[in-house]
Design a binder for this molecule. Sequence first.
Ligand SMILES: Nc1nc2c(ncn2[C@@H]2O[C@H](COP(=O)(O)OP(=O)(O)OP(=O)(O)O)[C@@H](O)[C@H]2O)c(=O)[nH]1
Ligand SMILES: [Mg+2]
Length: 296
Amino acid sequence: MPKIGYVAIIGKPNVGKSTLMNAIVGAKLSIVTPKPQTTRKNVLGIYTSDSVQIVFLDTPGALVPRYEMQRSMMDSVHKSIEEADVIVVLADATHGLHALNYLTDEFMEVLKQTNKPILLAINKTDALPDRKAVLPLILEFEKLGIFKEYLPISALQNKYVDDLVKTIANYLPDGEFLYEEDFLSDQPERFFVAEIIRETIFLEYGQEIPYSCEVNITEFREREEGKWYIGAELIIERETQKGIIIGAKGQKIKALGLRARIKIEKHLEKPVFLELFVKVRDNWRNNKTMLKSYGY
Ligand SMILES: Nc1nc2c(ncn2[C@@H]2O[C@H](COP(=O)(O)OP(=O)(O)OP(=O)(O)O)[C@@H](O)[C@H]2O)c(=O)[nH]1
Ligand SMILES: [Mg+2]
């Protein structure tokens, strides 16, 4: 009998959740940047082998919310836990004993209450002088009595990730596959396109713009035979951010559009015409109606 189930990947911002899901699924579904709070919505990724199908949910990094958007992000984390058969908590080995503070108090409580199996994966072991350096950390984690297993991994180098997948499979229920073997995600292309643009913004701009910016796809259609037109609004919070995002003589936004288009074309495997529009929506991150219209 094959095994099938849902797995939530949760943890603090920047510990490597999205990198891990991409490594397992073998495709770049979830965006990754060196900045924390990159992921804002759950991203679904499906892993299939001969005997097991695992539906992963990559989630936003757990934090104490300060505005509405972050509250919605944390709702997504709660939802993923509710849907999951198995929960994978990801911690960062380079944080040393601070890694023991593996989630916010809110989520630590949720995990203490649940009777679902929880596995701990300790990531970024490649950045340690020696993989054995995680052993004292694991001994401390064991004292918490929350986790079924402890797995040191490197998502970036895709090392020991298959051990994690095998371990997860042991905890999944029997059942028939839900998806075709080559099916990687059920999220629409529009979502991935918006995420690719957002990733490029995170990489191209400093601290303020990435966090104040949302990407809203307004058009996505085949305009001429084989050439796709994508219109995207870059929503910012304040008039003063317009100059920063556009740059002198439009140089910054031009570079952004070019880099994002190249990545989108690679993702969609077709030529694309990408047009970006900057829109100011005062304080959108605290506006429930606007957040809803952006899919939060
Ligand atoms: N050295 C090392 N770096 C890693 C590893 N996994 C992820 N990273 C890096 O850590 C940073 C954050 O990775 P993400 O995958 O975006 O982390 P995340 O947990 O999804 O972050 P949020 O979406 O912000 O919560 C990126 O710069 C990754 O390249 C790893 O195994 N080793
Ligand atoms: Mg992420």
